[in-house]
Design a protein around this ligand. Sequence first.
Ligand code: FAD
Length: 599
Amino acid sequence: MQTHQYEAIIVGGGGAGLMAALYASRSVKTAVISKLYPTRSHTGAAQGGIGAALGNLEEDRPEWHAFDTVKGGDYLSDQDAALTLAEEAVSAVIELEHLGLPFDRTPDGRISQRRFGGHTSNFGDKPVRRACHAADRTGHMILQTLYQQCIKNEVTFFDEFQVVDLIRSGDAVVGVIAVNIDDGELHIFHSKAVLFATGGWGRVWEITSNAHSLTGDGNAITYRRGVPMQDMEFFQFHPTGIYKMGILITEGVRGEGGVLINDKGERFMEKYAPHIKDLASRDVVSRAIYLEIEAGRGINGQRYVYLDVTPETVNRYLAEAGEDRRITREYIETKLPDILDFCRTYLGVDPVTEPMPVQPTAHYGMGGIPTDLHGRVVVDAQRTPLPGLYAAGECACVSVHGANRLGTNSLTDLIVFGRRAGKHMAEYCQGADFVALPENPAGEIQEELERLRKADGTRKPYQIREEMRQVMMKHVSVFRTAEGMQEAVETIRRLKDEYANNLHIDDRGKRFNTDLFEAWELGCLLDIAEVTAVSALAREESRGAHSRDDFPKRNDEKWMVHTLAYRAADGGVELNHKKPVDMSLAEKDEKFKPKERVY
Ligand SMILES: Cc1cc2nc3c(=O)[nH]c(=O)nc-3n(C[C@H](O)[C@H](O)[C@H](O)COP(=O)(O)OP(=O)(O)OC[C@H]3O[C@@H](n4cnc5c(N)ncnc54)[C@H](O)[C@@H]3O)c2cc1C
């Protein structure tokens, strides 16, 4: 078994991993391990934009951005993190520009910005143009830019290596175990510090905007090694996925003036969010769509509504709102090229002349591996760091997005907190020595992989996976009840048992054994599904993306706390509700105190 030694190991080559690698590699020997070729990471699919209060088109301030983030997060966001995000977003976006990112431009050459849900000026007054973008390919451009910079900085890449375990020695984290996907060989990576940037876990649900690779590996690995998962009950459903397929239609469509329409031809968001309508935060819009569908106002009585961005409709509403702006077909073609392509290719629908059929789609995990503002993983309610372990990006929970993330704030999170984590990790490595590896660090995982490779029960991984995805979609999605979630927990536990005792995989080889990796990833998904359902069942209130029929109100008295979910000795989930939310802005300013959210 080969052993490699690097001071800093970064798991994941998406936006967060690459930004951290760029910073760490300036002073310590750094390697990135990625199961995908880095530029294939999901960050490359991000469409609409990255939020920063540059104020290029109208007045904007980081303070307003922080306010929107806290309000959008339904007051579960740690307020110190929200302020850090908003303040450092400005320099982070300018840094990306200087690294060569080809943003869309205003006529006078500044970075172009557009509207996005929940982003307002003057503490909720009116929508503001804050989303910096490169057409609808913003994430693609971020990823390409950062990858080039990492290559220039001589970061070492282990592409198509799948990390399967974390090595702990006493109190410290000393490395990871990975499999080379090409030949199936295990490798040991010995390091002073490890950073997880493994992205999301949307594949837990049946309808999702997430790529096949988003199976929450980093979260499951750290969870199994004693790190809690925080606020996992909060999973965002994006309002506009392509009907049945889940492929994302960016909120940028509504930012450019697109509207949601029901079967009666009504712009129904006027009813649910009279003030900012289609640009309310995602949890609000997803619930509205769901309620319209339940009331029989889905298109032709089906489970979808229309998203209409045809110039005719958009211009009619712009005129009604007294705005001067008008859009043309050419404008849509330049601002939303990929969206038009998706709809024309997958649906045979041309969005410049007809509306798109959409439904809510599982999109983003607000929870994850708990960290502090430096990306250090913290393992308890007192925020005690675990030496040598870092996390950033979607797999992490700073927690800046609270109970619901605003659009464009994830890309900002990757860059701001990826940068902070990379810097801190480098400093930590410079002051630390390598701690010796424990004996036979790969023993346990080797045994588990062998078990999977030889598994000859009767249930195929895809069968278990589909059952999990369906039950989570039915009972742990936009609306939830105790009864439904209980059923989900029981189903997931049965599936975990089948996974452990009755699994069957076909490919027993070593080379590119995707059958084996899919089976291993299914184990991660099942752990995450269980934590999500158990955390959701325990939280008896409605807040942000967690909306319960049986507890329809937010309960600040009891539930203004983060959930920490630990793996119990018997393999079950143990919850802790003692970690308070940081309210440092509210202590100084009335405006940041929790209020009912009105849009
Ligand atoms: C379709 C879509 C559109 C979006 N649009 C926007 C937007 O406009 N604005 C916005 O702010 N947000 C957007 N988001 C959200 C945002 O893109 C993601 O949250 C973000 O890109 C996640 O970045 P990341 O660096 O954390 O992880 P990712 O980019 O997902 O990268 C994860 C990395 O981890 C690696 N990895 C995972 N598991 C392992 C393992 N076991 N071993 C080794 N490597 C591993 C992968 O190879 C990959 O390199 C969008 C998301 C989607 C799905």
